[in-house]
Design a protein around this ligand. Sequence first.
Ligand code: GLN
Length: 490
Amino acid sequence: MDLHALTIGKARELLSQSKISSVELTRALLDRIDLYDDRIGAFITVDKEAALAQALAADEQIAKGNQTPFTGIPIALKDLLCTRGVKTTCASKILGNFVPQYDATVVAKLKKENAVLIGKTNLDEFAMGSSTENSAFKITRNPWNEDHVPGGSSGGSAAAVAAQFCCGSLGTDTGGSIRQPASHCGVVGLKPTYGRVSRFGLVSYASSLDQIGPITRDVRDAAMMMNLICGNDPKDSTSAKVDVPDFTGALNQFEANSLKGMKAGVPKEYLGVEGIDPEVSAMFDRAKKVLESLGVEIVEISLPHTQYVVAAYYIIAPCEASSNLARFDGVRYGVRDSEPDDLIEMYKKTKSQGFGPEVQRRIIIGTYALSAGYYDAYYGRASQVRTLIMEDFSKAFEQCDFILSPVAPTPAFKIGENTGDPLTMYLSDIFTLSANMAGIPGISVPAGFSAKGLPMGIQMMGKHFDEISLLRAGFGFERALDLKTDFPVL
Ligand code: GLN
């Protein structure tokens, strides 16, 4: 049995039956990281001793009969999530030496269940990007084809699951950063509803859009992680006070069923998006047929403001980022460049040495757009467009249970292909940005491969707090398609 290939669900089963130990499982994954992560570059930090000590502690708990779903399960964390005593860099030089004194709530939840925190994964600096090429430390390669990007910004978390370096991982999604890398790496990624998961201890990028969510091998594992991470948190005033359903329980209930009675809306505006790769269109047509064969009715819907989504997002996100990143000033956190004899000089040097080019671009755009005299024309206007986008979705959901689309217009592009052209990079986010703008949940499920063997996923977006419909449809789709997700043999 290949221990490294286990899903969370399967690993849980074997751990509870004492057929494997967490130490064995963790060791198998660490060995694989040792062998292959030089090539893939999924991790920024791996602390082997700490991981093995956590595994041993988990095995002791299991022996005593104390186990919960994540006891002894190795999980990787995007390096944007604070981990007490463990470096948290956000893939930025400015936080290259930052060691938090507290855990993010999601991390605390994993620890409470005695999960094994196997390492901190690479990302685009401060989650700004779509390819993980904007990390200050290294690029991450797509495990399916190492000349290609893994997507981003949670590229390290997606690659770590695809390369079988962990059983599952956590990513964050501000405009697609869970769903798009999951799609490019052939794994499942779920962005929960805004407010569903506490963001305490998540380093903020754009606060009205950011959300934490799971990246896993299959849909059931995503449901398991949702059971763990969701729920109101007094430490995060934006976390919603809503009941958390039993996500895995809901799937069990559906297991024997078809998807009969569900309606999937396909936005007519999405089909006209420029630059959709024919292989993505073919994959999407096949996916629709698979869903139809399960009893899903496909209906055409309209999201009339689609053409403004990219422009509005790329104002709102940089504006919020410019405000959030003001705290990294060389005084309160991380790295400082030069001695603060002259304060302004010190700020300037710290920020220009500490932030990479994409982050500087966003700070400049955001600062400009928020400045007096421009606020109304940019941020104010983009916020109005955002309201229209939200209304588009509310209307569309009168006609369907979820909205179906590709995740990205093309399979993973080549490393370096888009780095010189930020605008092309931004445009590739067209299908994922809206879910964040509207605050609704979205899932990415593997749906096929390109002729070059690169994975492609479909996206399902749901009503606020209706992740269950997405999990249910994703679960049915995954089983019906029965894609060979035998991960790449590195
Ligand atoms: N690519 C988008 C951006 O750069 C989304 C990133 C994200 O979701 N964190 O803003």
